[in-house]
Design a protein around this ligand. Structure first.
Ligand code: NDP
Ligand code: KPL
Length: 313
């Protein structure tokens, strides 16, 4: 399959390399002028949990193909679009006239209704999913990442089209296990609020890396998200469908102890957080700002989130 990864960011690179290794024809779209800057290789240090339960660390210099434009005649079958929620609209506008008949997998954080957030991409060509990976580039350009076996794919009955099946097959053939999500919109909202809780604490601790091994930090993150949960029902999400996912917020003490222990002792649990050390990174402040905007609109009290926003300045 011809696959285009949008950008050469963390998630695009981790999954692009995995799909290429599985035999797909993978290219990366980067902004005009950036191909030379990036070069034709990437140094990747990935702890891969497809091979071993707690991950096996593999470091390699991988060749990658970059392109600075996309045209409908390029004939991509699948475009994987993984950007921060605050950059999705611009990316979707760029891609819409250029994708031809390709399926676009929107594979990252989304706030608002997913189809509105990914407009003007045609709803019939879009599939929603979410990565189970994380990491970041260190200052020497090396990608340090953790890759889990699962990926989340939308499995709502009305959206279970042949495009969904094709996306599932691509991941399964590359050794991933697809976790069906029947309420993707609710799941994406909940994940966004979970990130807001984490980033709120990151704002006090020099980024998410400051949470590693930090029981109090995780507890505060969970409590921050708990303050935001009323947003879900206010937007029509049936929280009962996400009972297991909301348990950490109902039991923050044992959950934070587990998270602190896991991130202190297991590299696979630590890597995604360890890479987030930039206190001025754009995505965390966009997540906090947009979560705060939503709760203020509804008059929901979120003192922990507000305190973190003040801290960010
Ligand atoms: N990193 C992580 O640990 C995790 C991230 N996620 C989610 O996955 C998504 C992607 O995250 P991540 O990979 O870290 O993000 P990155 O910022 O690393 O990657 C985004 C990429 O998209 C490119 N890009 C964005 N907009 C445009 C545009 N309009 N035109 C051209 N290129 C563009 C960026 O290029 P440029 O640099 O030129 O702007 C960059 O290469 C987010 O929603 C995030 O929340 C989920 C789990 C973990
Ligand atoms: C907050 C983070 C990095 C934790 O892995 C994440 O899940 C995301 O960016 O969506």
């Amino acid at each position: 399959m011809r696959v285009l990864m949008f950008g050469r960011g963390v998630i695009a690179t981790i999954y692009g390399l995995a799909l290429e290794a599985a035999g797909h024809d993978v290219e990366f779209y980067v902004r005009p002028g950036r191909a030379t800057e990036y070069g034709s290789t990437v140094e990747a240090d990935i702890t891969d949990a497809r091979i071993a339960l707690l991950g096996r660390q593999i470091r390699r210099t991988a060749s990658i193909r970059l392109r600075e434009s996309v045209e409908p005649a390029d004939g991509f079958d699948l475009v994987i679009l993984s950007v921060g929620h605050h950059r999705l609209a611009a990316a979707a506008s760029y891609l819409t006239p250029r994708i031809g008949t390709a399926t676009v997998l929107v594979f990252g954080n989304v706030l608002d209704d997913p189809l509105d957030a990914s407009a003007p991409l045609p709803a019939t060509q879009v599939v929603f999913g979410f990565p189970q990976a994380g990491g970041g580039f260190s200052s020497d350009g090396v990608l340090h990442g953790a890759l889990f076996r699962n990926v989340i794919i939308d499995a709502h009955r009305e959206r279970s089209t042949s495009r969904n099946s094709a996306v599932r097959t691509v991941f399964e053939q590359a050794g991933f296990t697809v976790r069906d999500q029947r309420d993707m919109r609710g799941w994406l909202w909940l994940h966004f609020l979970a990130d807001a809780g984490m980033h709120a604490q990151g704002a006090h601790r020099g980024g998410l890396a400051g949470l590693i091994g930090n029981r109090r930090g995780f507890r505060e993150a969970l409590l921050t998200t708990r303050e935001l949960l009323p947003l879900l029902s206010a937007h029509g999400v049936d929280v009962n469908r996400h009972r297991r996912s909301v348990l950490p917020y109902q039991f923050p003490i044992p959950t934070s102890a587990t998270m602190a222990w896991a991130t202190a002792h297991l590299p696979i649990a630590r890597i995604s957080l360890a890479a987030h050390t930039d206190p001025d990174a754009a995505e965390p402040s966009a997540v906090l700002r947009d979560a705060a905007r939503k709760v203020r609109q509804l008059g929901i009290q979120a003192p922990r989130l507000e305190a973190s926003l003040r801290k960010m300045g």
